[in-house]
Structure formats: structure tokens, C-alpha cells
Design a protein around this ligand. Structure first.
Ligand SMILES: [Fe+2]
Length: 670
């Protein structure tokens, strides 16, 4: 029975029949596999897209620039008719089959049939006539002799009690507060090892600055996942790139049956700190976020998005209005297919109400293909609009649902599919209405938006872009831990990321002429042209000169958020990538496109965090904070403080502790 039901479910799909109409025996469902599979990509299309061979050990792909894609846990495929509190993991769909009733299987079948993929959109003639986007080469130049960074991807000890640091230079006395960061810091339990960088257990870092002094502490997030893994000394919960294996102490039959058990959803929130209603949380992209005490680094509560609102997760990169209203995006899966949802969280909640009280979905956007929604890691926001980018990184829900049955990790269900274009959806965040303009671009991938603002009837959005999402799998640990020629090959096969500006003329779709540049902005070379089909095709402006290519591109962008978010701005900051992780800090002037660079050989800085100086009148009046780590055993990691205007070092606080390379963090003043 345990085997029978999932197989019958597959047969229903394969033969397009209702469950009750199936004969007692049917051939294997090969046809449906072909129908659900993405259209084949020709070799010429592969060349056009810049796609290259997979790296040894690549499965499917994911990520770049230090991001974590744990969406597979997103969840919830069964009909959500019960309202906001009703949620069911897609992973659970197959796993729960042995316990489901016949009626439930019929419901599942009707749902899956309703969301079988539609044909991809036809290529636009205008698209092919657009001036060639100034696309960046995959590997602008080859680097040789890269330093092995395996120690930055290795398990470390936590430092639960604050320790003093050794100050060199000076730390401004006005700089009072905590830089808190998160990232993976434990990569195995017992004999079982994680496969992907994003799978590691979250290690929370805290640099506390006060009167020119700095202390450091760190602590592993006490998530349910971490506690279960620790108590059993093995991996109990599947992560993005690692499938939790059945308990070896079970019998052969029990291990086999366990393939059909409901998978646990990870609460290993290792991506970023976020703030809602005055509370701080650590977030990944599943339905769980963990509320933390920034002083003790203790988890105080585990919160489930799906218990509050009808979404099955949210990104780790929300946006905030000046009054504290937060916006985020998350997927939902229900009887009518998958949806991208825009979430609004009020700045305060009434006394006595629980976490995230008052959160609501203000808009739902249908994917181009309901069974293949796009993966997204962040989104853009202006004063009046949310900009959602539907990109050709596709989540194959069928593969994700069946991943445990197939013995695959969730990442197996995610792939770069450049036969699709990238689309910009613009939503009025006050009314929730989707603007009718259909904005498209040639396929590209973005994980982090830099900033967005409105000007002269246009939305201007700046993004860190890759032309090729085929190399996302490089962030498997076996690649990151290579050395010598193998490491060089991995790096030189990876796409670089560069900042680009897109201009979306919001009213141009009405009666605009075709084939003409509709952007009125004289300060940007970005173009937007209307095609006969009514689509607006956007050709971006590169926000850099060639010298950024020599820096390996840029990721982990940050701005003076409190002053410039949703405003026209001049400066952003990020990490240069002349290695698989950031190896420099870069300041970019978007008007002149000139760079300022901080680099020290053998050291790898994290995402730069801008902290405004008290009373500063200039946009770059403040400091940049970055946690700098090193694989060298005889060197110390340190907190770096740069003058944000000159990009000169003001001081550093050295910490005699081995630290891994991490993802994101925030500064919280005291
Ligand atoms: Fe991120």
C-alpha cells in the first residue's frame, strides 16, 4: 500500500485519467515525465545564453553570491481552502500519500492536472532586434593560483561568551551598537556531511561596539533542526542540497517505508536578520523564522508564516517604509496553483496579539507556469510600487514534490532555463493592483536588488545581474573546498555578477509608438521599447566601467538604506569577487561609475554594512562595517571599519577566533 498510492498518483498524471478511471495496471509514466520536463535547449540556444558545461559534481543548481535557496521547503501543495492556517508542504504531498484517503488523492489529482505547464511564450521579434545588451563575459579574464579557502567552509567552535578584540587604528566613539551576522558554521553531524554551502547550521555572530572598544561572541542558532541533529549525531532534517537519510538503525523495510513519510521542514534560518514590528528575526526562505535576542543570541520563539497568513514562506530581504511598515514576498500553493504574494506587515501590533499580527497579502501574482514558478531571492520597492522579477530560474514543483521518493535533494528541482525571458511585474503597493505594463528583458538572473526609485513616470531599478544561471551549483562544498588547478577551473567557469540599471516607463504601454526608446531619462542609457505585441522590452545600462570586470564583478550590494531607499541615490557598496567568495570591498558611484576598492591579500570581507554618522549631511557620510575572515592559520579575522566617503581604513578589531565566510547581517544601534 505504501508503494502503491504514490505510483498510482504518477500514473494518473501520465495518462491524464482520473484516479478512479485507471485500469488496475498501467505502463510506467514516461510520457508525463517528458511533458513536465522543460523544453529541450538547443546547442545554439545554449551558446546564445552563455551556458556552459556543468562542473564535476553538479546536480541541479543553485545560487551564487552567498545566498541560500531553501524554497523547496516552501511548501504546501494541497488545497488551502481552509484559509490562512491551512498549509501543507509539497514535499509532504508524496510522502503523506500512504495516509491519505481516496478523496484526498482525487483532490490532489485535480489540482495537479489544473496546473500542468503551458507552452512557453513565443520569442518576440522586437526582442531579437533590441540593441545587444552590454552583456558581460562569463569569465572576463582567467585567474590562476587562487588561494584554497576550504577553512572558510569548515565547522568552527562557537564563542558563547564575549571576548575582547585587539584594536588597530581607531573605532569611532560614536559607533555604538551591534553588528550581527549569520551564515553557515557547522557542516556535519557524526559521519554525515552536508553537500551544499547553504545547508550548514546557522552560526550567529555579534560584534558589539561601545566607546571605541569591540567585543565578539558567536552562537549556533538553537533551531529545532540543530537540536535534533545534535541529539542524534546525524542529519535529521533535509536541507537545500542534502537529503536526510533514513535512520541506519531501522530495518531495511522501515528505511524503505520512511521514504514516504512527511519530510520535516528546516528551521535552520541562516540567511539574514530581518525586523518586523520591532522584533528581530533570523530568516531563510521557508515558512519558519526565528525570533532572537540580539544581546544573548538566544532564540526566543519560532514563528511560522503559514500560521499567520496564507503564504508558505518569505524572502530574507524585506523592505521597509520610513514608518516601519515592512513588505516582503512569499509563495503559496493551493488548489488554483502556485502564486507569488506580496506581504505587508504593519509597523506595530496591538498588545496581546502574536508575532506578525496584522500581516496581510496585498497582491497575488500568477506565475507564467503554475507548475514552474520562478525562484526569487529579493525584490524591488519604490515609494509607490513593488517590483517583482520573474526570472528563468525555475522551480519544478513536480520534482520537488517527489524529491524524497527519488532520493534527491530539493536542489534537484531547480534549474536555469534561458528559453524563458525575464519579466518585471510592477504592483501598486497602496492598492495592490498589478500595473498593466508588460515589461520584459532578455534572460538574466538576479539575487539582490541594489535600489529602486521613481522618476518622470518611470521606475528605475538597479540590480546585480548574471547572464548565466547555469553555474549556480558551484556553491556545493566539494567545489568550494578545492585547491590548485581544480579550484581555478571552478572559479573560471562561474558567471560574474554586475550591476545594471533598468528603466520601466509605467504609462508607455497605452499608445506608445513601437520600436522607439520610451525612457525620458537623460541620465541613463537604459532603453525601453514597445513591441507590436504590446510588451515593453527593456535594455539595461551597465552601472560600471571595465575596471569592475577586473575586480571579478560585484555582489552583496548595500546602500545608505535609511536615507536612500526608494530615492534617487549616488553610491552603493558591495563585495568584489575575484574568488568564489568576496575578496574586496567596492564603492560604486552610479553617476560617474568610478570605483573605490579595499583589498588585502589572503583576506575575504563580508557584505559591507553602511552606518550613517550622526548628523551627516552627505549620502556617504558614515562608515562601512565588514567582517573579514581568512583561511590563514597564523592570521586573525577582524571587524573592519572604513570611512565610507574615502574608503580608507579607520580601524580594525582583530579576533583570535576562526570564522567561516557568511551571508548577511545588520547593524543595530544602541
Ligand atoms: Fe541574500
Amino acid at each position: 500500500m505504501s508503494l502503491y498510492l504514490p505510483q498510482r498518483l504518477v500514473q494518473c498524471l501520465a495518462h491524464r485519467k482520473r484516479f478512479r478511471d485507471l485500469p488496475s495496471s498501467l505502463p510506467p509514466p514516461r510520457r508525463v515525465q517528458r511533458k513536465i520536463k522543460a523544453p529541450a535547449i538547443s546547442s545554439s540556444e545554449m551558446r546564445r545564453s552563455g551556458a556552459r558545461r556543468r562542473l564535476p559534481g553538479d546536480g541541479a543548481f543553485i545560487l551564487m553570491g552567498g545566498l541560500r535557496l531553501s524554497h523547496p521547503l516552501y511548501p504546501h501543495l494541497l488545497p488551502a481552502a481552509a484559509g490562512p492556517s491551512c498549509s501543507h508542504s509539497p514535499v509532504a504531498l508524496a510522502a503523506a500519500a500512504p495516509q491519505t484517503t481516496r478523496n484526498m488523492l482525487r483532490s490532489i489529482f485535480r489540482f495537479l492536472r489544473s496546473i500542468l505547464p503551458a507552452a512557453p511564450a513565443r520569442p518576440s521579434v522586437l526582442k531579437n532586434c533590441l540593441p545587444e545588451t552590454p552583456r558581460n563575459p562569463v569569465a572576463p579574464s582567467l585567474w590562476r593560483g587562487l588561494q584554497c579557502i576550504a577553512p572558510l567552509m569548515a565547522t568552527v567552535e562557537e564563542t558563547p561568551e564575549p571576548i575582547p578584540t585587539r584594536i588597530k587604528g581607531h573605532i569611532p566613539e560614536w559607533l555604538s551598537g551591534r553588528l550581527v551576522r549569520t551564515g553557515p558554521g557547522k557542516f556535519e553531524f557524526g559521519k554525515e556531511k552536508y553537500n551544499h554551502w547553504f545547508d550548514g547550521m546557522a552560526l550567529l555572530h555579534q560584534f558589539k561596539m561601545e566607546n571605541g572598544n569591540v567585543t565578539y561572541k558567536s552562537k549556533f542558532l538553537q533551531s529545532d533542526t540543530y537540536l535534533a541533529n545534535s541529539s542524534h549525531d546525524r542529519i535529521m532534517v533535509s536541507e537545500f542540497g542534502t537529503l536526510a537519510l533514513p535512520d541506519p538503525c531501522k530495518s531495511l523495510f522501515e528505511r524503505f517505508v520512511s521514504k514516504f513519510e512527511t519530510p520535516k521542514i528546516t528551521d535552520n534560518t541562516s540567511v539574514n536578520y530581518v525586523q518586523y514590528q520591532g522584533d528581530y528575526y533570523i530568516s531563510t526562505e521557508t515558512n519558519f523564522i526565528n525570533k532572537v535576542d540580539l544581546e544573548t543570541l538566544e532564540r526566543t520563539k519560532k514563528v511560522d508564516w503559514s500560521k499567520v497568513i496564507a503564504v508558505n514562506g518569505a524572502t530574507a530581504h524585506p523592505h521597509y517604509d520610513p514608518d516601519g511598515t515592512a513588505y516582503n514576498m512569499g509563495n503559496s500553493y493551493g488548489a488554483h496553483g502556485s502564486c507569488y504574494n506580496i506581504i505587508q506587515i504593519p509597523p506595530q501590533r496591538e498588545d496581546g496579539l502574536g508575532e506578525l499580527a496584522g500581516a496581510r497579502v496585498i497582491c497575488s501574482i500568477s506565475p507564467a507556469e503554475k507548475m514552474k514558478p520562478s525562484y526569487y531571492h529579493s525584490f524591488g520597492m519604490t515609494k509607490n510600487y513593488i517590483i517583482f522579477i520573474e526570472q528563468p530560474i525555475k522551480m519544478d514543483l513536480w520534482k520537488i514534490v517527489t524529491s524524497k521518493l527519488r532520493g534527491k535533494a530539493f536542489m534537484d528541482g531547480i534549474s536555469w532555463q534561458p528559453q524563458y525571458d525575464t519579466r518585471f511585474h510592477v504592483v501598486n503597493k497602496h492598492t495592490g493592483q498589478i500595473l498593466p505594463g508588460k515589461f520584459f528583458s532578455k534572460p538574466f538572473v538576479t539575487f539582490h536588488q541594489i535600489n529602486a526609485f521613481e522618476d518622470q513616470g518611470c521606475v528605475v531599478i538597479d540590480l546585480c545581474c548574471q547572464d548565466d544561471g547555469e553555474t549556480l551549483g558551484i556553491y556545493q562544498l566539494q567545489n568550494l573546498r578545492k585547491s590548485g588547478q581544480g579550484l581555478d577551473e571552478v572559479y573560471n567557469s562561474a558567471a560574474r555578477t554586475f550591476p545594471r540599471r533598468f528603466v520601466l516607463p509605467l504609462d508607455a504601454f497605452l499608445d506608445a509608438p513601437t520600436g522607439e526608446n520610451l525612457s525620458p531619462l537623460t541620465y541613463s542609457t537604459a532603453k525601453a521599447m514597445r513591441g507590436e505585441d504590446g510588451k515593453i522590452w527593456c535594455c539595461p545600462e551597465n552601472l560600471h566601467h571595465e575596471d569592475l570586470e577586473e575586480e571579478g564583478g560585484l555582489e552583496f550590494p548595500q546602500i545608505n538604506y535609511s536615507r536612500c531607499n526608494s530615492q534617487r541615490y549616488r553610491f552603493f557598496y558591495g563585495c568584489g569577487f575575484r574568488h568564489l567568495v568576496g575578496d574586496s570591498l567596492i564603492k560604486v558611484d552610479v553617476e560617474t561609475k568610478k570605483l573605490k576598492v579595499w583589498r588585502e591579500d589572503g583576506f575575504y570581507p563580508s557584505e559591507p554594512v553602511f552606518v550613517p554618522a550622526p548628523g551627516a549631511s552627505e549620502e556617504d557620510g558614515g562608515v562601512i562595517l565588514s567582517m573579514v575572515v581568512t583561511p590563514n592559520q597564523n592570521e586573525s579575522a577582524f571587524l573592519l571599519v572604513l570611512d565610507a566617503e574615502t574608503f580608507e581604513e579607520l580601524g580594525r578589531a582583530e579576533v583570535p577566533v576562526q570564522m567561516p565566510y557568511g551571508f548577511h547581517g545588520i547593524f543595530v544601534p544602541t
